[in-house]
Design a protein around this ligand. Structure first.
Ligand SMILES: [Zn+2]
Length: 71
């Protein structure tokens, strides 16, 4: 059985949209341009984390800080 297409996308900063992606054991890459992808856009991630009321995860500590105010 296949997942729905929407369930199999992540956010690409380079494409500025949710894209299909290639998954390796440690990373995921945009299937369109090869850039790293993540589960959520900045806006969606803030919403998601606010909904969980939890501290920022490892990826936030490792380098997402300088990109999060690109409204
Ligand atoms: Zn991309």
């Amino acid at each position: 059985m296949w997942n729905t297409f929407e369930d199999d996308r992540r956010y690409c900063d380079a494409c500025e949209r949710y894209v299909s992606y290639l998954l390796s054991p440690q990373d995921a890459y945009c299937a369109r341009c090869g850039a790293d992808v993540r589960l959520f856009s900045d806006e969606d991630r803030r919403r998601f984390q606010a909904s969980l009321r939890r501290p920022l995860g490892p990826e936030d500590l490792l380098g997402g800080v300088d990109r999060r105010d690109s409204a």
